[in-house]
Design a protein around this ligand. Sequence first.
Ligand code: ADP
Ligand code: MG
Length: 402
Amino acid sequence: MDVFQAFKEEKQKSHKVDAFYTPSKPVSSPSNLRGRDEEIQKILGALTTPGRHCMIYGDRGIGKSSLALSTLEGGRKHQILPEHVFQYRCIKNTTFKDIIEKAALFIDEAYRHNKTETTKKFGARARFLDIFSLEGTREEKITIEKEELTANKAATVLHHLDSVMLIDEFDVVRDDVKHEVAEFVKQLSDASSPFKVLIVGIGSDGAALIAGHQSVIRCMHEIKLPRVEDKYLSEIIESGEAGLGLTFEPAIKNSIIEISSGFPYFTHLLCKESAEEAIRKSADVIDKVIFEQALIVAVKNTEGQLKRCYDLAVTSSRTDMYPKILLSAAKFNNEQFSVKSWIEQIFDDHGLTLTYGSMNNYTGKLIKAERGEILQLVRRGVYKITDPRMPSYILMCHNAVP
Ligand SMILES: Nc1ncnc2c1ncn2[C@@H]1O[C@H](COP(=O)(O)OP(=O)(O)O)[C@@H](O)[C@H]1O
Ligand SMILES: [Mg+2]
């Protein structure tokens, strides 16, 4: 077979891999979403109850965007949720105007096309819609833009609309924008509006995500997203086995699940690299040899921030102690641990006896920014790995050592 043909065939096969294992994009179809039935029900419940809105929060990579997108997709398909869904992914400089822009443009468009029902609903064209429309002179628009675009005005115009607005990565926006969104949601809620808001972001509690706005917390159904249970991680592996005609040896499956520790991101990543490696080798079974190769690639392809943080923590030191003690720290998963139990774990893992003095030296460095702040001091003598995904990454690095 010539090189072009071989390349083409391999490419086609790896395209197929991307249909089952998607480490770098959220799941958007409910049929690929595993183990979230309870959460889906709660979201649908909130979004179909007058005055209620919804908020999903949890760790990075736990599956928040996937849950939101799949629920909206399924809800729409089954006509439980409205046809129109607006999505916005926030960045640091996002303004309130950016967030509501799509919905405003939608109304504006409908109004300009003079659809009778819309005209009836919205009455005279709301002045603030001119900010979003392409009509009007530059001067006119500048004057309008100087007027404040408040939550109140936005709610007045949008509250007739039967839609859901998904605001993802809400944790990164400025507090004043959070305040405005909170006020907007409250106004919608007070008006029992069919316009629903689904807020998604990283956080350990819902109040923090919405910057402590008590009034809106009352009308928000909060969902703290837990890790995905092992049996559902198995299902992720198995869906690809069936679809790609591959088999993961049971021991490899267990390793993937153990490394993932509830984060579907790692399951997808490890399965993708394993499947691609198997395809390259024309193998049907993913065994230890293929998996070890896949691990090396997976470590290279891990999301940047995790990798940078770990590299900062372990490199530029003259000792090889850091990877060792971090591996032992990773064994506690995301639980906090005392230095005493850490010393014991290090002994179990590596047969090394470390003193409190030397541990002090290491922890002093590992909580610093120069070392990626890989550790956090919880209280005196008690630490925690900062990024909840880090234990998985550490286990992966450790297993990837040839
Ligand atoms: N319930 C799930 N079932 C299967 N795969 C999932 C599930 N939730 C998330 N994933 C996968 O995990 C990874 C991270 O999901 P994502 O929704 O982007 O997380 P977050 O938004 O919390 O950072 C993606 O690769 C996605 O495909
Ligand atoms: Mg996300």
